[in-house]
Design a protein around this ligand. Structure first.
Ligand code: UGA
Ligand code: MN
Length: 338
């Protein structure tokens, strides 16, 4: 019986000793963690963090690391300062655009390409009766040189619109003809820059030097990987085109595949786009009024490079948004410009 009690007492002492050891170990680990953390804040991360840590209320737990403030990058937040070089021909790009869910995303992608260009003027023409606040404030914050116009696509039963962008591009051409007069102002080109395509910076540098009309390949258009002018062995003359869709067109190329010299445009004051031609004939319609095929200037390394793609943006699905708006007309973007 007594031996039994002694064994129990020994066991109790042993357990107490183990508990004490465990407690000691815990306390020492905790204090060493606090110590290394404090030194980490001061030495490892940054002195700003150290000052922050001082201001924190005392707590048993080490302070959580805070994210560092981001350094504003030139491309991210501060618009690039553009230069004007009086010897460099100007590019006037006409962009028709219309209100839809992806509009701001499209314009953002374009503006962030255009911000790298000097001697560039963006003519943005809204398919609308009035300027929309979205486009107006968007253009203001780009720091680009631009003109903001409106021209609504006519809804006329007799003259059913066969093409998109007709009224808008004509409004842009009209602005150019009315605003550019002397040789200095006409030193440059006009380019029809739809809002949903993808443009490499190279294409802009190529098109500046066009004397009449420059042409080049366009990727992902006409149901093919690329539509391109076919050139002679010297690479200076256009012999034909590889287009398969409506190859009988006088100029079977896409709107993104050419640029026109401003002198030539001014010389032909009546050259415009029209709904009176069949689908796919807009490019031929304007070009046939300005030039013949043998005068075209092949660009993009003798038409061997693709610097522009006819990327059409997928229309986003709005099924959940529509369900939401059936209950609350404000929708998911109430007070938020998307
Ligand atoms: C193709 C060509 O690439 C266009 O240049 C041509 O205008 C068009 O066909 C056509 O002949 O209809 P596609 O991708 O089918 O292009 O046309 P969109 O990109 O939808 O429209 C061309 C331009 O017009 C875009 O900049 C677009 O924002 C604008 N647009 C479109 C409007 O201003 N209003 C509209 O209702 C639709
Ligand atoms: Mn398009």
């Amino acid at each position: 019986m007594t031996a039994d009690i002694r064994i129990r007492r020994r066991t109790l002492v042993l357990y107490s000793a183990l508990l004490c050891l465990a407690l000691l170990a815990f306390v020492s680990t905790n204090s060493s963690f606090q110590c290394s953390d404090t030194s980490g804040v001061g030495a490892g991360v940054s002195h700003t963090r150290g000052a922050d840590a001082d201001a924190d209320p005392p707590s048993a737990l080490p302070p959580l690391p805070r994210p560092q403030p981001l350094t504003h990058t030139r491309s991210g937040c501060v618009p690039r300062e553009r230069q004007h070089d009086p010897d460099l021909p100007m590019i006037y790009a006409i962009t028709p655009t219309y209100t839809r869910p992806v509009q701001k995303a499209e314009l953002t992608r374009l503006a962030q390409t255009l911000m790298w260009l000097d001697n560039f003027h963006w003519i943005v023409v809204e398919d609308s009766d009035t300027k929309t606040p979205l486009v107006e404030s968007f253009l203001l914050q780009t720091n680009l040189e631009y003109t903001h116009l409106v021209a609504r696509t006519k809804k006329n039963k007799q003259l059913k619109p066969t093409a998109r962008g007709v009224e808008q591009r004509n409004a842009g051409l009209d602005w150019l003809r009315k605003n550019l007069h002397n040789d200095d102002q006409l030193n440059g080109v006009v380019f029809f820059m739809d809002d949903d395509n993808t443009y490499s910076l190279q294409i802009f540098e190529e098109m500046r030097l066009v004397r009449k009309v420059g042409v080049w390949p366009v990727g992902l258009v006409g149901g093919m990987m690329v539509e391109r002018p076919l050139v002679d062995s010297s690479g200076t003359k256009v012999l034909g085109f590889n287009s398969v869709w409506r190859p009988e067109r006088p100029f079977p190329i896409d709107m993104a595949g050419f640029a026109i010299n401003l002198h030539l445009l001014k010389k032909h004051p009546n050259a415009v786009f029209t709904h009176k031609v069949q689908a796919g004939y807009q490019e031929s319609e304007i070009l046939r009024q300005l030039i013949t095929k043998d005068e075209l200037e092949p660009l993009a390394d003798k038409c061997t490079k693709v610097y522009v793609w006819h990327t059409r943006t997928e229309k986003p699905k709005m099924n959940e948004e529509n369900k939401l708006r059936a209950k609350n007309p404000k929708g998911s973007n109430d007070g938020l410009e998307v």
